[in-house]
Design a protein around this ligand. Structure first.
Ligand code: UT7
Length: 342
């Protein structure tokens, strides 16, 4: 029986680079603090391009790399916490723009684990026989939901998109095992509220009152607090180290493999210190963890797709190399995929 495999990858990043020094002009921080506490040197920030624009560019590249035509795509899954609209979905916008006329399309949300959740969902559709070719895109303009006055969070994130095309075949990045997890009891660790309930029976709740900056020049009807990322950083840090370690150990067990069988691990790119600690707990040399967070920061649902596409582009992946993709994020959610390159 054929496996499910990744047959094409793509990425797209906004052009504008925001350095740590640029950030130190906005909030009380420094290049030294950000580099030593996170490993991040710079990130890309949209100067106008939207989540669906980024998704379209990354998705288009993945379809070309897969050697397919847009009309060969049966399903598009976009994963994002920063869609342009509640409706239409980012996936429907991409479907129209790339000309995937035969495709179904929907968005999926699992915060920074979005790409793993999206790929495992695609795997099930392909395994069931319902669809042959699925495009999965992680795309974010996190800059739109950052609190640019909160130095403990605004320095961490960036904008970007990564994509994969998955099909039923034994060639490419063949999926050997996958797993998903969630722990809603820790949902308070990482949050971003939606719009408040406001209707003839419910007035705008007081905790949605706008800050002074948000009030400047804003029409009266929009005077509720805009959604912003809030987090309990140290608790997220501990959860991340534990969940990366557990996911790696559990997926190896599921696939009947050992850590020595793994050439690369692509973790969600949140903080270099999180990855360093996970590497110690898993007893995996740090060099085996692919990292690009120094250049892009944390791009949430996009990070694993961007990193995978970069690794593929280096040409360093050899036949038989095995990789673990491992994500964690708000929810809290986590998950992993074990691939073999053929
Ligand atoms: O996809 C998941 C997304 N979230 C994450 O990955 C977050 C995981 N957590 C982290 O990465 C880390 O907890 C942070 C990078 C957010 C913070 O690092 P930390 O080593 O845990 O620092 P801390 O929160 O213990 O803060 C230490 C000090 C504090 O000052 P005081 O109270 O000791 O005077 C903070 O106010 O560092 C201060 N601080 C900063 N200083 C300069 C916090 N942010 C900054 C900053 N620049 N940007």
């Amino acid at each position: 029986m054929s496996h499910v495999a990744i047959i094409g990858t793509g990425r797209y990043l906004p052009e504008h680079i925001m350095t740590n020094d640029d950030l130190s002009e906005l909030v009380d921080t420094s290049d030294e603090w950000i580099r030593t506490r996170t490993g991040i040197r710079e990130r890309r920030v949209s100067t106008g391009i939207s989540t669906s624009d980024l998704a379209y560019e990354a998705g288009k590249r993945a379809v070309v790399e897969a050697g397919l035509k847009p009309e060969d795509i049966d399903l598009i899954i976009c994963t994002t916490i920063t869609p342009d609209y509640f409706m239409p979905s980012c996936a429907c916008i991409v479907q129209e723009r790339i000309g995937a006329v035969n495709s179904a399309a929907f968005d999926l949300t699992a915060a920074c684990t979005g790409m793993i959740y999206g790929m495992v969902t695609a795997e099930q559709f392909i395994k069931s026989g319902m669809y042959e070719n699925v495009l999965v895109i992680g795309s974010e303009t996190l800059s739109r939901i950052l609190d640019w006055e909160d130095r403990s969070s605004c320095v961490l994130f960036g904008d970007g998109a990564g994509a994969v095309v998955m099909s039923k075949t034994d060639k490419g990045g063949v999926l050997l095992a996958s797993r998903l997890e969630a722990d809603g009891s820790k949902s308070n660790l990482l949050t971003c509220s939606a719009i408040p309930l406001q209707n003839p029976y419910v007035k705008s709740p007081s905790h949605f009152q706008p800050t002074e900056i948000e009030m400047q020049g804003m029409p009266k009807k929009d005077l509720y607090r805009l959604p912003k990322i809030e987090m309990i950083g140290q608790e997220v840090f501990k959860y991340a180290v534990r969940t990366i370690t557990d996911n790696i150990n559990n997926i190896l067990k599921k696939a009947g493999l050992s850590i020595d069988d793994i050439a690369y691990i692509i973790p969600h790119q949140a903080n270099q210190r999180i990855i360093e600690q996970a590497s110690k707990f898993c007893k995996v040399p740090l060099e085996r963890f692919y990292m690009n967070l120094d250049r892009y920061g944390n791009t949430s649902a996009a990070s694993i797709g961007i990193a995978l596409d970069e690794l593929v582009a280096t040409g360093e992946l050899k036949q038989g190399d095995r990789l673990i993709l491992v994500g964690f994020g708000g929810g809290m959610t986590s998950g992993s995929i074990l691939l073999e390159w053929r």
